[in-house]
Write a protein that binds this ligand. Structure first.
Ligand code: SF4
Length: 406
């Protein structure tokens, strides 16, 4: 959206400065996100009471009536309207939230959205048809819509020509890529096309629904030399009963099989995940199952979320909601396990030599990442910026590997 305004000669100022137009791009994933959006709306209008205040994004999509009643809000725009935001504001549309559930095709944004010189995040699809019981996203983002492969390839070719070496493939549910084309196209076809683009050296996958990983998928994936051996598989719970209540479509046994396939295919693979603790009805026994499963799988890193009720979802009205202190306690136990596994994974690299794509100078160091997304720091050296160099790892300190270029 910033890019769109710049193209139309608007000046972008910091949120802390006084602006004529404030765009609040909202999230609605939890009730807390809604509350934070409302707080920001008030803060923005307080800075300049004559400003035009525009609320856009997922909260606007699912709660336009509520937002219209907030005195400070001038314009409410849904997710479909984002790509046309400048026009919507210039025409001063009071509320324009078209039904995202009826949107059948991916809306091209019409501009490249990367800001980094090394890595670009490429959105390849929108929407989700999964309806996990705790999640509002399918209502805010609509059904699966995939972007045409030729448009994605064109965008990536262009950014590769500008020196970007790594792309991160993202979307709301990238495992569903191509399903709406109904011609058999899937994510692997897209990855094969991107792998052919000159100048791109690394392809990183964003959060991935585990069930996409099959032997057939891996047989094709492992032929693509640019794919990074870092996979974020969203597990959410290590207990089958909890997974069922969450309406997740796999069992822990299937998940473990997928992990084994990945570890066989990529010996250095870094596996990360998201876990929700304190899901409604999660008993001590269920939590213990999750703990035991996670201890067995040994993810490189886990993002632990305390379950948060989201109005409008099935889980929000489930019985046996878990008390906040219990969630906190369970969350701390899993964070401790995650830290232990991460340390073990990282320390394994001490004494090894690894290729690192260097990205930015921070203080006295230049930092980059390995293919499996470990942060590596070496003493400042501008000559290696945006280059891949081999580093000998000397130690693990402050969540990063420290080494020297050889
Ligand atoms: S797959 Fe992800 S986006 Fe889709 S409903 Fe489940 S949690 Fe939400």
């Amino acid at each position: 959206m910033i890019q769109k305004f710049i193209e139309e000669n608007y000046e972008i100022v910091d949120f802390e400065d006084k602006a004529d137009i404030y765009i609040i791009n909202t999230c609605t994933v939890t009730n807390m996100s809604d509350k934070k959006s409302r707080q920001i709306i008030r803060r923005a209008k307080h800075k300049n009471k004559n400003a035009i205040l525009v609320v856009v994004g997922c909260y606007a999509q699912v709660a336009k009536d509520k937002l219209e009643k907030i005195e400070e809000v001038d314009i409410v725009l849904g997710n479909n309207e984002k790509s046309n935001i400048v026009k919507c504001i210039e025409q001063y549309e009071k509320t324009l939230v078209t039904d995202v559930m009826q949107q059948k095709e991916f809306v091209e944004f019409g501009c490249t959205t990367y800001t980094d010189k090394t890595r670009a995040v490429i959105k390849v699809q929108d929407g989700c048809d999964r309806f996990c019981s705790y999640c509002i996203i399918p209502y805010a983002r609509g059904r699966v819509r995939s972007r045409k492969i030729e448009n994605i390839v064109e965008e990536i070719s262009q950014i590769a020509a500008n020196g970007i070496k790594e792309v991160v493939i993202t979307g709301i549910h990238i495992a569903s890529f191509g399903r709406d084309f109904k011609d058999g196209t899937s994510l692997i076809d897209l990855l094969e096309a991107i792998n052919k683009i000159d100048g791109i050296e690394r392809i990183r996958l964003g959060s991935l629904e585990p069930t996409i990983i099959t032997e057939e998928f891996l047989a094709r994936l492992t032929k693509l030399e640019k794919i990074c051996d870092h996979f974020h598989l969203s597990l959410q719970s290590g207990c089958d009963e909890t997974l069922k209540r969450m309406n997740r479509k796999y069992t822990t046994q299937e998940f473990e099989h997928i992990v084994n396939l990945l570890r066989n295919a990529y010996p250095e693979v870094a596996l990360t995940t998201d876990i929700i603790v304190g899901f409604p009805g999660e008993t001590e026994k269920e939590f213990k199952s999750t703990y035991n499963f996670l201890s067995k799988i040994k993810f490189m890193k886990m993002h632990i979320f305390k379950y948060s009720q989201r109005n409008g979802t099935k889980a929000a009205i489930m019985e046996n909601q878990i008390d906040g202190n219990k969630k906190e306690e369970r969350s701390n136990i899993l964070i401790e396990l995650s830290d232990k596994n991460e340390k073990e994974f990282m320390e394994n690299y001490i004494g090894k030599e690894v290729p690192v794509l260097f990205e930015q100078i921070i203080g006295e160091n230049i930092e980059g990442h390995t293919k499996n997304y470990i942060t590596v720091k070496v003493p400042k050296n501008e000559a290696v910026d945006n280059e891949i160099k081999t580093v000998k790892i000397n130690k693990f300190e402050n969540l990063a590997l420290i080494g020297e270029i050889i």
